[in-house]
Design a binder for this molecule. Structure first.
Ligand SMILES: Nc1ncnc2c1ncn2[C@@H]1O[C@H](COP(=O)(O)OP(=O)(O)OP(=O)(O)O)[C@@H](O)[C@H]1O
Ligand SMILES: [Mg+2]
Length: 332
């Protein structure tokens, strides 16, 4: 594990010592045997901690181990080594199953049923029935905006409709912990926004949501914490704010093509100067220095485009983190 990840983890472990954890894994490893002596790495030595009541995002490129992690936590597959706990029980333990909901990647359901029949079937698996189950079914189909289309057979659903009913299915038992694998896959922008709102609402009710996705733009605004996987290994993790800030927060001033004289005056106080096409970005150690430079640039006829905290996007963090690993791997 990179040193930065280790020190952030140590700090966070101290911070969360008194906070209940919904999920914890310890050196969790899954190596798939694919025959003829060949193996695929699912995940390796994964250590994760997910606090109760948060939206936790597991992100990574295709094949980086997101679904593998989720299936291990659900007890659908077994680890090669390492361990994990879900809601205080060993992962896969039947005692936590009633408190967990799961939306699989590309859900598949019995095609001859309609949505209420499907949800009734899932409800009965949790011992639910009668008027209480009927009320729950209506509540959930309204939540995912499928109540008006409740008579359609699943065979006639669009991909997005299937995904919406999948979300309803995962909530039937009113679980405390939700596992969503690519929940907005196949949804149009409105559908994706609806699902994000459902996720935020679940957090508002005190539930924990474990999300797998590679749609970084969707994860950035809703996740509390994010872990980035690459080739089965954790490459970085932290709160979204921490990850976007980097090791320390700097302040930026962006100018449109400042002349040489102005730039010479400003760059003395800057830590770094970068050119992005016609935009000149100066990075300062503190806010005052950036704002003083912005005022000076304005006074001297410069064109100030922006000034403020130098936050990266999650996409930049991701590319940095995943890129580093690719370089490490090619060095082996
Ligand atoms: N049943 C399996 N048998 C063999 N190898 C597998 C199996 N399932 C996953 N793998 C391998 O494990 C690795 C991780 O796969 P996984 O499905 O966990 O990735 P992912 O991050 O969910 O990817 P995606 O974004 O494409 O859904 C891949 O190299 C994959 O080939
Ligand atoms: Mg997957």
């Amino acid at each position: 594990m990179p040193a930065g990840v280790q020190s952030r983890r140590a700090a966070r472990v101290r911070e969360v010592a008194d906070i209940a954890l919904a999920i914890r894994t310890e050196n969790l490893t899954k190596i798939y045997d694919v025959g003829w002596g060949r193996q695929h790495v699912g995940i390796e030595e994964l250590n994760l901690e997910v606090e109760t009541g948060q939206i936790f995002g597991l992100v990574g490129p295709n094949g980086s181990g997101k679904t593998t992690t989720l299936k291990l936590l659900l007890g659908l597959i077994f680890p090669t080594s390492g361990a994990g706990e879900v809601l205080g029980e060993p992962m896969g333990d039947p005692r936590s199953k009633n408190r967990v909901g799961y939306l699989p990647e590309g859900p598949y359901f019995y095609e001859h049923l309609n949505a209420p029949e499907l949800l009734r079937m899932y409800g009965s698996l949790f011992g639910m029935g009668g008027a209480a189950l009927d009320a729950r079914i209506q509540e959930l189909l309204e939540l995912v905006d499928m109540w008006d289309r409740r008579d359609y057979r699943i065979a006639d659903y669009s991909r997005g409709m299937l995904q919406r009913v999948g979300v309803a299915q995962s909530l039937i038992n009113n679980p405390d912990l939700l596992f969503f694998d690519e929940p907005t896959s196949g949804l149009d922008p409105i559908g994706a926004k609806d699902i994000r709102e459902v996720i935020l609402r679940l957090r508002g009710e005190g539930k924990t949501v474990f999300l797998c996705s590679h749609l970084l733009k969707e994860m950035e605004p809703i996740c509390d914490n994010i872990a980035i996987l690459s080739r089965g290994r954790l490459v970085t993790e932290g709160s979204v704010a921490e990850l976007l800030r980097g090791d320390r927060l700097r302040y930026r001033l962006e100018l449109r093509e400042p002349d040489e004289e102005l730039l010479a005056k400003l760059q003395g106080n800057a830590e770094e100067v970068l050119w992005l096409e016609e935009t000149c970005r100066l990075l300062f150690a503190d806010r005052q220095a950036a704002f003083d430079a912005a005022a000076q640039a304005e006074d001297e006829g410069g064109y100030v485009l922006a000034a403020g905290p130098d936050r990266r996007t999650l996409e930049e963090v991701f590319i940095d983190a995943v890129g580093e690993v690719s370089v490490d791997a090619s060095d082996l």
